[in-house]
Design a protein around this ligand. Structure first.
Ligand SMILES: NC(=O)c1ccc[n+]([C@@H]2O[C@H](COP(=O)([O-])OP(=O)(O)OC[C@H]3O[C@@H](n4cnc5c(N)ncnc54)[C@H](O)[C@@H]3O)[C@@H](O)[C@H]2O)c1
Length: 444
């Protein structure tokens, strides 16, 4: 006797942070849910009881076919992704395979099984360096592979709808935080990173001066809206920004996180990185179409998350396994030898008792922008003028200044440089960097 299949909602990334909140919202509505997750960033315990959990990857096409054969999947909520936006520059192949090809596998199955609605969590990363607040009518212009993959999936959904009629709804959330976030991921989720650092007794690290602005969204405010999407006919084929309105600087955020965790803010600034400075969006459209819950204030949301974080405790923060692009991402120490011109020959050295796992060749040549040689007697003002002329670009530079033998200068940097390395010349036109000041380009 064949058993009639029951309608299910499939939530990919269902053991992840936002995915588990969507699973919970669906379960509360009485939906039968299958949560699919490879646990690369999620946790089995995030999946509520009563939900069918499948451990596996959206890259596994055989597994996807089995899930769609076994269950009558009516709605797909696609949240599985590796969402480390800043890191995506350095893990380009992984990013496109996991976030783009994985999505296409799922879209193919959804077309073949005539799914009623495909809900996709994109991101405001698709807007790139755009006007703020970002609204849905802006022309997207993503700045990193993560945003490019998200936009590609959005566009594929549109094309797929045109060709095969697959109904879809796209959400572009931003800076979501709350209980069940993976606070051990050092590459993303600034609030989780701060809380983890505080619990580990470390300073909170901020890239650059912390003036960059973001609006931080409490997960509980948006998960019910995402869950509701297939049931709202006005939402079909639309794209919605979703999240909190009010932007905060990262510096202010750090202070509020410290307050929520009951500690004094202890902040360490890292070199600034290539990122969109201001990123927050308008939510007029989603409020017109959905009944959105009232916004949870940052302080209330942080207090709830802090309470949960203290319960689960600090998590070990592991480095991402396979970095594909090494320029500008790896923290290492080196000896630098300089002979005129602007080519630096460098050799990596490890300090005694320290190891580096950086997969770099032992010897390399780094072409730097013109290097500033400052004759003795230059003051701070002429130094700044020189830096402005020689390094006009904003960027994640470490700036090396070569001074005369045994000189010690107090020099202030133009704001965009957060790190200055003063290098003492030890041999006429050759110099050797041996001190800790030669740490360059730190990245989380
Ligand atoms: N959190 C945010 O601020 C934010 C902002 C905008 C968009 N988003 C999007 O929302 C979604 C959820 O993000 P999150 O913050 O909850 O991240 P998360 O890492 O907590 O959740 C993603 C889940 O997907 C799983 N996953 C990753 N690759 C997979 C694969 N190949 N197969 C199966 N499972 C896989 C991970 O194990 C994880 O549990 C993502 O698509 C993300 O891009 C999140």
């Amino acid at each position: 006797m064949s058993v009639a299949k029951q309608d299910v909602s499939l939530v990919t990334g269902g053991a992840g942070f936002l995915g588990s909140h969507v699973v919970e919202a669906l379960a509360t509505k009485g939906a039968r849910v299958v949560a699919l997750d490879d646990l690369s960033g999620g946790f089995r315990e995030n999946v509520p009881d009563g939900v069918i959990f499948v451990e596996g990857s959206i890259l596994d096409r055989v597994l996807l076919a089995e899930i769609f054969d076994q269950h009558r999947v009516r709605r797909v909520y696609h949240l599985a992704a590796y969402a480390a936006e800043g890191l995506s520059h350095f893990i380009r192949r992984f990013n496109y395979e996991n976030n783009l090809i994985g999505s296409i596998n799922l879209i193919n199955e959804s077309v073949n099984h005539e799914v009623e609605c495909f809900v996709f969590t994109s991101s405001i990363a698709v807007y790139g360096r755009n006007q703020v607040p970002m609204h849905e009518d802006l022309v997207p212009s993503p700045e990193d592979p993560y945003g490019v993959a998200k936009l590609a999936v959005e566009q594929d959904l549109r094309a797929c709808h045109e060709q095969f009629g697959l109904p879809y709804v796209i959400f572009r959330p931003h800076n979501v935080y709350g209980e069940r976030q993976n606070i051990g991921d050092r590459y993303r989720n600034v609030i989780g990173i701060f809380m983890n650092q505080i619990m580990r007794g470390e300073p909170m690290t901020i890239f650059g001066d912390g003036a960059q602005t973001r609006a931080f969204t409490y997960a509980g405010d948006i998960a019910p809206v995402i869950a509701e999407a297939p049931f709202n006919s006005e939402a079909a084929g639309e794209v919605f920004n979703v999240g909190a309105d009010r932007p905060y600087s990262v510096r202010e955020l750090a202070e509020r996180v410290a307050a929520a965790m009951g500690v004094e803010p202890n902040i360490r600034h890292l070199p600034s990185r290539n990122e969109v400075v201001d990123a927050y969006s308008s939510h007029e459209k989603v409020r017109r179409v959905f009944e959105c819950p009232p916004e949870t204030s940052l302080d209330v949301g942080l207090a709830r998350m802090a309470c949960w974080a203290r319960e689960v405790g600090a998590r070990t923060s592991k480095a991402f396994g396979e970095i594909e692009i090494h320029t500008g991402v790896v923290k290492f120490r080196k000896t630098v030898t300089l002979r005129g011109g602007n080519t630096i020959q460098s050799r990596r050295i490890n300090r005694p008792g320290r190891t580096t796992t950086a997969p770099r060749p032992a010897r390399q040549f780094i072409k730097l922008l013109p290097i500033a040689f400052l004759p003795s007697g230059h003051g701070d003002k002429s130094f700044r003028a020189l830096v402005d002329r020689v390094f006009p670009l904003q960027g994640n530079f470490a700036l090396f200044v070569f001074t005369a033998r045994s000189q010690h200068w107090m020099l202030s940097l133009p704001k965009r440089f957060s790190k200055l390395h003063t290098v003492k010349m030890v041999q006429n036109s050759w110099c050797t960097v041996t001190s800790a000041s030669a740490t360059i380009l730190q990245n989380r």
